[in-house]
Design a protein around this ligand. Structure first.
Ligand code: FES
Ligand code: FES
Length: 157
């Protein structure tokens, strides 16, 4: 099966088995290894990507369902040279230990800030509720999202 979709702004056409998940295609066909495999069961959130701006678990989503759609992965947020304000804030707050959970968390945080520029702490927690962080970095992660929100609001003013 050939599936064409946009990934981080570039059109991709991929030959993959019909049963292939979006996560397999991103990692194994396109070499985008920032999106991670954790549970494969929509239980941990480390595979989270955006599909047309909405969060989606790449570990269970069949790749055929993204045909013609726009997928954003962690590689689409920013670069080492020009990090997204969320990535900058996570560095500034040292909001991670092993980092395994962070790709998915950053994606969900981006979805939140895109629709809610000034979220309450409860809204940040709710947006990240589907993500497991085994290192216990939760407080710093929440602070980093709040810091990024303030930065983005400042740059929009
Ligand atoms: S790997 Fe997708 S939710 Fe855990
Ligand atoms: S920083 Fe290690 S799982 Fe979150």
């Amino acid at each position: 099966m050939t599936v064409a979709f946009t990934v981080n702004g570039a059109v991709q056409s991929v030959d993959a088995p019909e049963s292939a998940t979006l996560l397999e295609v991103l990692r194994n066909h396109l070499g985008l290894r920032g999106t991670r495999y954790g549970c494969g069961l929509e239980q941990c959130g480390c595979c989270m990507v955006l599909v047309d701006g909405e969060t989606s678990y790449a570990c269970t989503r069949e790749v055929g369902t993204v045909a013609g759609r726009a997928v954003t992965t962690i590689e689409g947020l920013g670069t080492v040279e020009a990090p997204h304000p969320l990535q900058r804030a996570f560095l500034d707050e040292q909001a991670g230990q092993c980092g395994y959970c962070l790709s998915g968390i950053l994606i969900s945080a981006k979805a939140l800030l895109d629709r809610t520029p000034d979220p309450s702490r409860a809204e940040v927690i709710a947006a990240l509720d589907k993500h497991l962080c085994r290192c216990g970095a939760h407080q710093r992660i929440i602070r980093a999202v709040e810091r990024a929100a303030a930065t983005l609001r400042g740059s929009a003013a």
